[in-house]
Write a protein that binds this ligand. Structure first.
Ligand code: BYC
Length: 473
C-alpha cells in the first residue's frame, strides 16, 4: 500500500521523503529555483485561480482532487506508482532477474542521459506554451492549458527527484541545467528539436498535444518497462496524467475540424477564411508540420544507443510483455525505412535491436492514424468529400534515414531547390500563420467560444462547459 501525499509537507510526496533528510534538503533547495523558473517561464496570463486537478495519491480510487487553486500556489508533488515486490526484468540480457532499486554503476551514464532527455522536454513544453493564455478560445480551454502546464511541471519534478535521489552530485547539477536551458534559446536550447519550435497559436497547441505529447506517451511507455524500478514506477504514474493531455489534443482538433465542416456546409464553400474558420488545407499543413517534427523525436531508424538501452534493460518496447518473442532479440531482424544507394526511398533489413526506434515509431504512427480517422469521420458526417491524412515518413525529416533528402507528403523525392520553392504548399507559410494568428482573440466570457472552434461535448469533472473554470485577476 502507498500512502496519500501530505499536503502540509513542503514537497508533497509518497516516497517517504522525510526519512531521507539529505535528499529532502537537496530537493528543498532546488524548489525555489523551480518556482522562480515557473514565475518567469510558466503561464504569463495573470489569474486569480484555476479549477485544477492535483495528484494526491497513486491508487486506483481517487488519485486526484479537483478544486480552485491559484497557479502560483499549485503544489507539485512527487509520486511513484505502487511497488510490485515480485517484479522481474522483462527483457534484455538481465531478463528474469529482479528489478533494481538502485542504479547499477555500469549503466549510470546511460540512465542519467535518458532521464535528463525526458526531464528536458517537460519544462520545454511549458515555455513553448507560455503566452497562449492571452488568446484562449474559452475558459474551458484556458483551464486545460493550465492543467497541462502544471502537470508538465510535475513531470519535471518526477525526473528531478530521480536525479537527486539516485545520481548524486551529477544528478543535482543536471537538475539545475534543466532550469537553465530554455526552449528556442540560441545559447542553451532544449535537447530535442521539437521542443525548440514555437507554439504561437492554439491550432499549434492542439497539434502539439496531439502529436508531440503522444511521443511522450510512447517514450514513457518504454521507460515504464525499465529494469530501474523507480524510473518505471515514476513513468507509470506520469502516464495516468498524460491521458488528459492526449484528450486535450484529440478533442481540440476534433472541435476545430467540426467547426470548419459546419461553416463549409452553412456557406457552401471550402473557402472558410472570410467566415472566421480555419480552412482544411491549413489544418492539413499544421498536421504535416507537427507530425513530421514529432517523428524526429524517435531518433534514427538504426541506433546503437537504443540497442544498448534494450540489452541493458533500461528502455523496453511498447507493451513489452505482450510481445511474443524471446525479449532479447539478439538474433532477430526487422525492416526499417531507408534510402537506398541509388537515392530511392525504400526499406532495409537491420538487426531487431538497432531497429527499435523504428519499432516504437511504427506503434506511434498507427496511433496517430486513429486521430486522423476520427477527424475524417467528422468530415464524412458533415457530407464533405475532403480528407485529412498523415504525410509520408520521409516528408520534412531532420533526424534519421530521411534527414538528408527532401520528399513530398506523398513520398516522392524532390531536389532541394524544388523543396524550397514548394514547401509553402505543404507546411504553414507566413500567410497561413498570420491568418491563424488573426483568429486568436481571447474569449474569457463564461460559456462562450471562439468562432473557429466548436464547444466541447463535456466539461471537466462533471462540470458543464459554461462553468467558470478560470478566474482572471
Ligand atoms: N533532436 O541514436 P539516435 C515528452 C540525438 S516527449 C535532437 O538516433 P537514440 C513530452 C540523440 O540524443 C518524450 N537530437 O537516437 C511531450 C543522440 O545524441 P547523443 C521525451 C536528437 O538515442 C510533450 C543522437 O542524436 N522522452 O515526454 O536512439 C510535452 C543519435 O540519436 C533527436 C524521450 O525522448 C532529436 N529529435 O534516441 C512534454 C525518452 N533525436 O546521445 C513532454 C528519452 C535524436 O549521441 N530519450 N537525437 O549525444 C530517448 O529515449 C532517446 O534519447 C531518443 C533518441 C529517443 C530521444
Amino acid at each position: 500500500m502507498t500512502t496519500a501525499a501530505d499536503y502540509s509537507d513542503k514537497i508533497p510526496n509518497n516516497v517517504r521523503l522525510h526519512e531521507d533528510r539529505r535528499l529532502q534538503r537537496a530537493l528543498e533547495s532546488w524548489q525555489p529555483n523551480f518556482l522562480s523558473w515557473w514565475e518567469t517561464m510558466g503561464p504569463a496570463l495573470p489569474t486569480r485561480d484555476v479549477y485544477l486537478r492535483t495528484a494526491v495519491n497513486v491508487g486506483r480510487e481517487g488519485w486526484a482532487r479537483f478544486g480552485f487553486v491559484p497557479t502560483r500556489d499549485y503544489r507539485w508533488g512527487i509520486f511513484l506508482a505502487e511497488r510490485d515486490p515480485g517484479r522481474m526484468i522483462a527483457f534484455g540480457e538481465h531478463k528474469g532477474e529482479p528489478v533494481w532499486d538502485k542504479v547499477p554503476g555500469e549503466y549510470r551514464a546511460e540512465l542519467q542521459r535518458l532521464i535528463v532527455v525526458q526531464g528536458d522536454t517537460e519544462p520545454a513544453s511549458v515555455e513553448q506554451q507560455r503566452n497562449l493564455g492571452a488568446t484562449a478560445p474559452s475558459l474551458y480551454d484556458l483551464r486545460n492549458l493550465f492543467q497541462v502546464n502544471v502537470e508538465e511541471g510535475r513531470h519535471l519534478w518526477a525526473m528531478v527527484y530521480l536525479l537527486h535521489a539516485h545520481f548524486g552530485r551529477d544528478g543535482r547539477d543536471e537538475a539545475e541545467e534543466l532550469l537553465r536551458r530554455s526552449s528556442g534559446s540560441l545559447e542553451s536550447p532544449r535537447i530535442l528539436g521539437a521542443f525548440n519550435e514555437e507554439t504561437p497559436d492554439w491550432l499549434s497547441f492542439y497539434m502539439f498535444t496531439y502529436f508531440t505529447d503522444r511521443d511522450g506517451k510512447y517514450q514513457l511507455g518504454t521507460l515504464k518497462e525499465s529494469a530501474f524500478d523507480p524510473l518505471s514506477r515514476t513513468c507509470e504514474f506520469m502516464l495516468k496524467e498524460e491521458a488528459h493531455h492526449m484528450m486535450v489534443g484529440t478533442t481540440g482538433i476534433d472541435r476545430i475540424v467540426e467547426r470548419t465542416a459546419q461553416v463549409m456546409v452553412e456557406k457552401d464553400t471550402d473557402d472558410v477564411i472570410g467566415h472566421g474558420a480555419i480552412p482544411l488545407n491549413v489544418i492539413q499543413k499544421y498536421v504535416n508540420f507537427h507530425y513530421s517534427v514529432s517523428l524526429d523525436l524517435f531518433g534514427s531508424e538504426t541506433s546503437t544507443n537504443v540497442a544498448n538501452y534494450y540489452t541493458a534493460g533500461l528502455k523496453g518496447r511498447w507493451l513489452e510483455e505482450r510481445r511474443r518473442d524471446d525479449h532479447k532479440l539478439t538474433s532477430d531482424s526487422i525492416m526499417v525505412d531507408a534510402v537506398a544507394e541509388d537515392g530511392d526511398i525504400g526499406q532495409a533489413e537491420v538487426s531487431a535491436l538497432t531497429g527499435l526506434n523504428a519499432d516504437l515509431r511504427r506503434e506511434y504512427i498507427a496511433d496517430c492514424q486513429s486521430g486522423v480517422n476520427r477527424w475524417n469521420k467528422i468530415l464524412q458526417g458533415a457530407g464533405q468529400p475532403q480528407r485529412l491524412r498523415l504525410p509520408h515518413m520521409a516528408f520534412n525529416r531532420r533526424v534519421g534515414a530521411f534527414a538528408g533528402i527532401e520528399a513530398t507528403p506523398d513520398g516522392k523525392k524532390l531536389s532541394t531547390e524544388e523543396w524550397e520553392r514548394r514547401t509553402g504548399e505543404w507546411l504553414p507559410d507566413e500567410v497561413d500563420k498570420t491568418y491563424v494568428r488573426s483568429l486568436m482573440q481571447p474569449v474569457y466570457e463564461r460559456g462562450k467560444i471562439a468562432a473557429w472552434m466548436a464547444p466541447p461535448r463535456n466539461g471537466i469533472n462533471g462540470k458543464p462547459f459554461d462553468y467558470d473554470y478560470v478566474h482572471l485577476s
